[in-house]
Design a protein around this ligand. Structure first.
Ligand SMILES: O=C(O)[C@@H](COP(=O)(O)O)OP(=O)(O)O
Length: 790
């Protein structure tokens, strides 16, 4: 604020100013005007003199220097020019205030944004897990259809006879009425099914010869897992399909891969000359025998004019993926272990959360049989089956075709491979044949693969054959309870599961699905967890530290060196190659994955440990909040069994409960259950000590991972017993015997966790934030108030 002395302000104005009124005796309004000679004149105001002959001028904009002023009071009129420059210069506070307000408002804005829950949180389902107001607990609530959301079949009029009017809502959200043609076309993949399924070859497992619509199992009725439950409707199984191997779904039974000359290799690849080797690879001359005999073992037919390389391959170092880290020392070094992936009969396939279920699950057939005991209740929680990567991962993985080309060049042209540990010819051939599979694209991102469908379908059949008393009962809403999260992959997993259980009667089954389901996706809407874990950079500290450790860095160098690079490339390339190796392996279990040739076993173990570290802090014992947020399924399990036990084993309501969810829920639940716990925490520093760790996501949480609990009624002192199976392997709980626990042991173990389970903390800290917000707002208001007083 600047004061300007005016020589002769009329007494009339002065007395008026001192009288706290804006009007002259005549009732004329006093006007004061400052017209800036520059822009933004609105930022200037003039106040009447309060003391003496001073005109007070507020100038808020430091860019203003000069302004014209005028005063009018009735007949009196005065005007002049003021120089604001000096005023502003001497009142730097003016500028400061401005920035102060801006700063305060920014802080408020950022703070408000940070503390605003996702919009999906703001509905009535966002209550702590509380049976009194839980919408999903059917056993506690009167059967209130109005409370269900639009995807919930309970929200639909239901019951026999089958109501065709209500065709799309009745038994599942995307299933048309039970018309086998339609049913088979649309059930797996809710949006984009063609008649032959979502993926087409090579993921199309259906048998095109076996077209009988009623007797055809489009996922191949043969039982891959020897359950002995071959579909009774499997009578029309393809008589032409004898050659199909168990996992070779990629083969085109119509031999469409044959080239124009009718020459086809085992993989349907041909070169432009129609010449090919066993793998369909051709050299630059198009000639080769089975092993490319025109070339020497490592590219003897290389371009004789390849003069660009010098002895140390200088000039060949470029890769569009950048060169990170230091050059890999030595060129003709013996950096790498000799390893031939294709020849390895038991390649390492523990790929953390992308591990194929088939290499993990328990195949023993009789552990569920307990002498003198009968299973009376079954409860399980399942992760969806094998899926496609998320869209952004697909985009990244697709870029690997450039690395692929570079590696081939490194081997064929540059010959920049190491002396020892280069790819064996079989691996190189496998790698050479790799092409990005265009059927894997953003449209099916995150979706279930045909392998994923089989994962769940056969899982259901195996459980049904083990617990026939329970799971061979015809479907009824009272006996069975199904619930899946609001996602395609869990929906499709559920669909495959019920098909495995009920076969052609699957259309009768219905399931619950909810937005912000705090029973099976509690992390999604728990602000405290999101803030403390998901969005907290510290969660990844150990993971990042491990990646900087000498052993990890050495592994990265060796991998790139073996690929023929003399610099380590961008670290994300390593992650992508690992992802593609494990995804492709999970999609096509029976075939070697070309990108897995890149790693030897030791390297895969390091990568697995890095993943375990990540999830240990994100969903496991590394953060106590993970245990807390994992309790809702535990509570559900405990209470269901407790009700049955209290009722003496009679009138069991939900004989079979099955949930379909995601990896984080499985892991937080296992953490709440005390499964997979190590004495020593996993850290970046104890990789070698943790070789035999319990927290191994490959075995805890592969695709289709599941924990099942079975309540038995026995003719012994302990009338009730519970058996826990993790991925069909009995859980080795202390105090239990090979997975079989007395009910009293289960009570001692789980009761307190179940009774103390509530997710109020998710919102409590959020409401703490709300108070925090109010304080910030208050400070803001005070700041603005002070600003105007200055
Ligand atoms: O919930 C999800 O989006 C993913 C997270 O996968 P990652 O980021 O851990 O691979 O879990 P999933 O559905 O595979 O069980």
């Amino acid at each position: 604020m600047a004061n300007f002395h005016l020589d002769s302000i009329p007494p009339e104005i002065i007395s008026l100013a001192n009288s706290d009124t804006d009007e002259t005796d005549d009732g004329d309004v006093i006007e004061t005007v400052v017209d800036s000679a520059e822009d933004d004149a609105d930022d200037i105001s003039v106040e009447l003199p309060e003391r003496g002959n001073s005109l007070q001028c507020k100038a808020l904009n430091s860019k203003l220097h000069r302004g014209a002023w005028s005063l009018r009071a009735g007949p009196v009129y005065m005007s002049g020019v003021i120089d604001l420059h000096d005023a502003i210069k001497y009142y730097p506070f003016t500028t400061f205030r401005r920035y102060f307000i801006l700063l305060t408002l920014s802080v408020l804005g950022i703070s408000a944004q940070y503390n605003t829950p996702p919009s999906s949180d703001r509905d009535r389902t966002d209550q702590p897990y509380d049976r009194q107001n839980s919408q999903y607990d059917r056993s506690q609530q009167p059967y209130d259809r109005d409370r269900q959301n639009q995807y919930d079949r309970q929200n639909q009029p239901y019951g026999p006879p089958y109501d065709r009017q209500n065709q799309y809502g009745q038994y599942d959200r995307n299933n048309p009425p039970y018309d086998r043609n339609q049913y088979n076309q649309s059930q797996y993949g809710r949006y984009n099914q063609s008649q032959y399924g979502p993926q087409g070859p090579p993921y199309d497992s259906r048998d095109p010869y076996n077209r009988d619509q009623y007797n055809r199992d489009r996922f191949d009725n043969r039982d891959h897992y020897n359950v002995g439950n071959r579909d009774q409707y499997d009578r029309n199984r393809d008589q032409y399909d004898k050659n199909r191997d168990q996992y070779d779904r990629n083969r085109d039974p119509n031999d469409r891969n044959r080239d124009q000359y009718g020459n086809r290799d085992q993989y349907g690849n041909r070169d432009q000359y129609g010449n090919r080797d066993q793998y369909g690879n051709r050299d630059q001359y198009g000639n080769r025998d089975q092993y490319g005999n025109n070339r020497d073992q490592y590219g003897g037919n290389r371009d004789p004019n390849d003069r660009n390389r010098d002895q140390y391959y200088s000039g060949n170092r470029d890769s569009e993926f950048g060169q990170y880290g230091s050059p890999i020392s030595g060129t003709n070094d013996d950096c790498c272990q000799e390893y031939c992936y294709v020849k390895d009969e038991q390649p390492y396939s523990n790929f953390a959360t992308k591990t194929p279920y088939q290499i993990v699950f328990g195949k023993a057939s009789n552990q569920h049989t307990i002498p003198d005991c009968t299973p009376i209740q079954f409860w399980s929680i399942n992760r969806h089956g094998t899926r496609y990567p998320k869209a952004e991962t697909i985009q990244r993985l697709r870029q690997l075709n450039k690395i692929h080309a570079e590696v081939i060049r490194n081997y064929d042209e540059k010959r920049s491979f190491p002396d020892r540990g280069r790819f064996c010819p079989e691996d190189l051939d496998l790698f050479r044949r790799w092409r990005w599979n265009e059927t894997v694209n953003e449209r099916n991102a995150n979706g279930l693969t045909s392998q994923g469908i089989m994962d769940l379908k056969y899982l259901a059949r195996r459980y049904a054959s083990r617990f026939e008393e329970l799971m061979r009962e015809p479907y009824s809403e009272n006996l069975y309870s199904f619930q899946y999260t609001d996602s395609d992959r869990t929906h499709d997993s559920y669909q495959a599961y019920i098909e495995g259980l009920f076969k052609e009667k699957a259309y009768q089954v219905h399931a619950n699905v909810f937005n912000n389901d705090r029973l099976i996706t509690p992390t999604k809407s728990c602000r405290a967890w999101i803030r403390q874990v998901a969005e907290n950079p510290q969660t990844m500290d150990q993971y990042r530290r491990f990646k900087r450790k000498q052993e990890y860095q050495q592994m990265a160098r060796d991998v790139f060196r073996r690929l023929g690079f003399r610099y380590t490339l961008n670290e994300s390339v390593l992650d992508d190659m690992y992802d593609l190796c494990r995804f492709e392996k999970a999609w096509n279990l029976g075939q070697p994955s070309p990108w897995c040739i890149v790693f030897n076993k030791e390297q895969l173990k390091l990568l697995e440990y890095a993943e375990d570290l990540k999830y240990y802090y994100k969903a496991g014992y590394g953060n106590d909040i993970n245990r807390q947020i994992g309790c809702p399924p535990l509570k559900d399990l405990y209470e269901k069994f407790e009700r049955t036990v209290n009722a003496g084993g009679s009138n069991v309501q939900n004989k079979v409960t099955v949930f379909f969810t995601h990896s984080i829920t499985i892991q937080t639940f296992l953490t709440a259950m005390g499964i997979g716990k190590d004495y020593q925490p996993l850290t970046a520093d104890n990789y070698f000590q943790q070789q035999r760790r319990q927290w191994r996501t490959s075995t805890l949480d592969p695709f289709a991972s599941n924990l099942a609990a079975v309540l038995y009624q026995c003719r012994s002192n302990e009338r009730f017993r519970v058996m826990f199976f993790l991925n069909e392997v009995p859980v080795n709980y202390p105090d239990c015997s090979v997975g079989l626990c007395n009910w009293s042991t289960v009570q001692a173990k789980l009761r307190s966790a179940a009774e103390n389970c509530n997710l109020e903390f998710c919102d409590r800290s959020a409401s703490g934030n709300l108070q925090h917000n109010y304080v910030i707002y208050l400070i803001g208001l005070i700041a603005i108030f002070i600003n105007y007083r200055l």
